[in-house]
Design a protein around this ligand. Structure first.
Ligand code: ATP
Ligand code: MG
Length: 224
């Protein structure tokens, strides 16, 4: 006599490969954000903008790219040396997850044009999407930039809008992302003016930047 026995299946056998990957998986970060600037000095507005974009667009990292000779500012006002601005910017991002600095514009030397930097980054990171980050004030003048019509083919434009700010428009050639951030009403120009009057830059500038300013004797400021 043949008896057929239906085996009892244990839950593990029914679902032998219970999928735990979702539990282990952290969200995938992609893309390189680029926040160009003079950073003379870098301040909490720059950091807040870079961090807001890093978080909102889930980028892999955001680099603060220090201009060698910002063509809009050269001859208009004295500029701190590129190496001093780079050291301050490195100090500003120290210990902040996702933020880095880039010295490619300083190493290239001469007048700084964003198009050259994007082309360089595109060829050294061929598989990475580039995101050019600009505050709304800077985005407004974008059409006047060197070879501006070619810029749009190289990166997505990220316009950082501070609460209450007028919406900045850009040419329709651009693919645009908008990120809002709380208003941090500070500029390097205001900070240099404060320093010249002997006023401490704390808390508008991170403490490690104050140390760089002190040790390099910048802005005539001795912060105690
Ligand atoms: P300066 O007063 O010398 O013009 P800055 O503080 O405006 O200096 P920049 O180097 O001109 O700094 O700016 C670099 C980038 O950072 C620009 O895209 C600008 O829009 C953005 N940015 C500057 N200040 C702030 C801020 N307070 N909040 C958000 N973004 C800012
Ligand atoms: Mg500015």
């Amino acid at each position: 006599m043949v008896t057929s026995v239906t085996p009892v299946r244990l839950p593990e056998e029914i679902l032998p490969d219970a999928d735990h990957t979702l539990d282990d998986m952290s969200p995938v970060r992609r893309g390189l954000g680029i926040l160009g600037g003079t950073f003379d000095p870098p301040h909490i507005g720059h950091i807040a903008a870079a961090k807001a974009v890093f978080d909102a667009l889930m980028l892999e990292r955001v680099v603060l790219m220090v201009a060698n000779e910002p063509w809009q500012k050269v001859g208009i006002r004295p500029l701190s040396a590129p190496d001093d601005r780079l050291a301050m910017t490195r100090a500003a991002v120290m210990g902040i997850d996702g933020l880095e600095t880039s010295d490619i514009e300083i190493r290239r030397g001469g007048p700084t044009y964003t198009i050259d930097s994007l082309e360089e980054l595109r060829s050294s990171n061929p598989d990475t999407d580039l995101y050019l980050i600009l505050g709304a004030d800077a985005a407004t003048g974008l059409d006047s930039w060197h070879r501006s019509s070619e810029l749009a083919g190289l990166a997505t434009l990220v316009i950082v809008e501070r609460d209450g700010e007028t919406r900045a428009e850009a040419s329709s050639d651009w693919s645009i992302e908008r990120v809002t951030m709380p208003r941090v009403d500070v500029s390097s120009t205001e900070l240099r003016a404060l320093a010249a009057r002997g006023v401490s830059l704390t808390p508008f500038v991170p403490a490690p930047v104050i140390d760089e300013i002190d040790s390099r004797g910048l802005y005539g400021l001795v912060d105690s």
